[in-house]
Design a binder for this molecule. Structure first.
Ligand code: UFG
Length: 331
């Protein structure tokens, strides 16, 4: 295979930029397609940058023609649960229409191997249910619903046009490149770990814990945190899976271990040796009580070997990036 180009939508974002590095390290050429609405041009370091917007089908066709990618990895999306409850129209329009344009352009260019970044938010709030790939998908927020709709699009395009896809349903992604080249930087920031590190550093007010009356041992929400580097390693395995003709699959990406918000706070205190200023607050609309993967299918079938997804390593890597302000993005 001489052409090793992989089109990475959202390659300027947090997870996409880590995927580009992993692809580069695995011998592929990641071609970032991004409009930089939430991503950063400075995070595009590991391959060419084709600036563009998923709502612009003509630009997509142009990039497929120029780059002739052998596969697509689709990360670009609006991805904030809370925001999706306030602005559902944007989530339906941008996530679903954007993905539809991309899939149609890929099929038109005969680029049929597709790795898709889906989410455990498609499962919704299912108490006492083991969340594996066969679980019912009953999203309770517009973000999860938009990702579920895209899974449906991929299924239909597989049936009609022979698209092959690996769908990854992520649990909560945290951490940063251990070499400190890239990391998590959102404006505005809404995710627990970076907000907490900012609060530790005095860069923002105390962290507000969203809800302390959930039906969990300490009353706060439980999530399954996975290191961004482990997560993107799975994507490279998913790409190779498709390229070796193994066909379409769905994999959860989580560790199977859940931590409450209070537990994340206390681990962060231990790792940084700094006090985490926090206040207890109201629930955030759209939040599920508990999201923990009940599946090890990615490990047993895909051969995924997560090595950094313990909470201590995730917080340590995120803290290193957080403190390395010289590497932070400004445009
Ligand atoms: N949290 C707080 N205070 C904050 C921010 C978050 O208490 O200031 C809590 C949330 O309520 C939640 C946990 O920390 O219980 C994690 O929240 P994040 O915002 O970091 O992550 P989410 O769980 O909302 O969402 C993330 C990804 C989604 C993915 C989802 C699945 O952003 O893409 O995980 O749970 F779908």
């Amino acid at each position: 295979m001489s052409n090793k180009n992989v089109l990475v939508t959202g390659g300027a974002g947090y997870i996409g930029s880590h995927a580009c590095k992993a692809l580069r390290d695995a011998g592929f050429t990641p071609v970032t397609f991004d409009n930089c609405s939430t991503g950063w041009a400075q995070a595009v370091k590991f391959g060419p940058f084709a600036r563009g917007d998923l709502m612009d089908r003509a630009r997509l066709d142009e990039v497929f023609a120029e780059q002739q990618p052998i596969a697509v990895m689709h990360f670009a999306a609006l991805s904030q649960v809370g925001e999706s409850m306030k602005e559902p129209g944007r989530y339906w329009r941008e996530n679903v229409t954007g993905a539809l344009n991309l899939v149609e352009a890929a099929v038109a260019a005969n680029c049929l191997d597709f790795v898709f970044s889906s989410t455990c938010a498609t499962y919704g709030d299912q108490d006492n249910v083991v969340l594996d790939e066969g679980s019912q998908q009953l999203p309770i927020n517009a973000y999860g619903a938009s990702k579920l709709a895209i899974e449906g699009i991929l299924n239909d395009f597989e049936a009609a046009h022979g698209l092959r896809k690996v769908i990854f349903r992520y649990f909560n992604v945290a951490g940063a490149d251990p070499e400190g080249e890239i990391g998590e930087q959102h404006v505005p920031e809404t995710h627990l770990v970076p907000l907490m590190l900012d609060a530790i550093d005095g860069k923002r007010d105390a962290l507000t814990i969203f809800g302390t009356d959930y039906d969990t041992p300490d009353g706060t929400c439980i999530r399954d945190y996975v290191h961004v580097c482990d997560l993107v390693d799975a994507h490279v395995l998913g790409l190779n899976w498709l390229k070796s003709g193994k066909g379409s699959q769905v994999f959860n990406l989580g560790t199977g271990e859940g931590f409450s918000v209070r537990e994340v706070v206390s681990h962060s205190h231990a790792v940084t040796n700094r006090k985490v200023p926090y206040v207890d607050g109201d629930r955030r609309a759209g939040d599920c009580t508990k999201l923990v993967s009940g599946s090890s299918k990615a490990i047993t079938e895909l051969g995924w070997k997560p090595t950094r997804s313990d909470l201590e390593t995730m917080v340590r890597d995120a803290w290193r990036w957080h403190q390395n302000t010289k590497a932070h993005y400004s445009e």
